[in-house]
Ligand binder design. Structure first.
Ligand SMILES: O=C(O)CCC(=O)C(=O)O
Length: 286
């Protein structure tokens, strides 16, 4: 089957849920819980991270000489990453990486609280969340957050994808994140230059047949942009200091800048994934 004849099937949010909720500085916990449950597409808190923190984290990231992740970006580098990513590796290899990078991630914050962890710490006691903790495997914890600078020129810094499919990778069989049915991404931006690096979400949470037809069963990446034209979309204009919570089951992408402006060298993301277990435990991983 050619991609022209494929249709991405799945769950669509009702129009009143497929929207961006916004507040300034203060976090509306009820809105966070709506994203977590899949009842809201995205929630943006402008001015979440004070300017001094943004500048400190960006400076520490530059000093740390983060490692390149090879891929289809400029000079064969898709991103510069500080911290661990569970994608495409065994659970043991991921947890080794989380342990090996924990001190470098903590050093980004110079003794100040990690703003990603500060968000997850707010949730226990609200909306049936009993506790918040790292996902674990054989007693070993997942990473708390990672810092990422995408390095791909063109229309997309990161192509359309969903955050759920990657949990099913057979390499991570038995890792407790595999029992989760929903993902909420917690994203904080110490720097985003004006004019680009925005987030685009499409109103489709793809189902297994759609992923299988596209060969994306365990990756959820990348959905061909042309197949998304028939789905409603919304764009979240990212600004420095934002916290953005995303319904990660929806297909979403990071947009580039018009005219190849030198954006990719500057935008900086701190992030973790979260999900709620049937027992009400909020798990995080990276
Ligand atoms: O860079 C961003 O704003 C979001 C990145 C993202 O969607 C991901 O890492 O899955």
């Amino acid at each position: 089957m050619t991609t022209e004849t494929l249709r991405i099937t799945g769950r669509r949010l009702p129009p009143e849920s497929f929207r961006l909720h916004r507040t300034t500085a203060a976090v509306d916990t009820e809105a966070v819980l709506r994203v977590l449950r899949g009842d809201l597409a995205a929630y943006q808190v402008t001015g979440y991270l004070p300017r001094e923190s943004c500048e400190r984290i960006a400076a520490r990231f530059a000093e740390a000489r983060p490692r390149p992740r090879h891929g289809e970006g400029e000079d064969g580098v898709e991103a510069y990453v500080l911290g661990a990513s569970h994608i495409d590796k065994t659970t043991a290899a991921y947890l080794d990486e989380a342990e090996a990078t924990a001190a470098a991630v903590a050093a980004l914050h110079d003794g100040h609280p990690d703003p990603v962890a500060a968000l997850t710490a707010r949730l226990p006691g609200h909306g049936g969340v009993t506790t918040a903790r790292p996902a674990r495997h054989q007693g070993r914890p997942a990473g708390t957050s990672k810092a990422v600078r995408w390095n791909t020129p063109g229309d997309y810094l990161l192509l359309p994808h969903d955050d759920l499919a990657q949990l099913s990778d057979p390499l991570q069989s038995g890792f407790e994140i595999q029992s989760l049915r929903r993902v909420m991404a917690v994203n904080v931006y110490p720097h985003c230059p004006p004019g680009g690096g925005h987030l685009k979400l499409w109103n489709i949470e793809p189902d297994s047949p759609a992923r299988t037809a596209l060969g994306l069963t365990h990756s959820g990446y990348p959905y061909p942009p042309a197949l998304l034209d028939s789905h409603d979309s919304l764009t979240v204009p990212v600004t420095t200091g934002d916290l953005i919570l995303l319904n990660g089951n929806l297909i979403h992408a990071v947009l580039g800048t018009p005219h190849d402006a030198p954006l990719s060298g500057e935008r900086l993301l701190l992030t973790c994934f979260t999900g709620l277990t049937a027992a009400g435990e909020l798990l995080w991983w990276t």
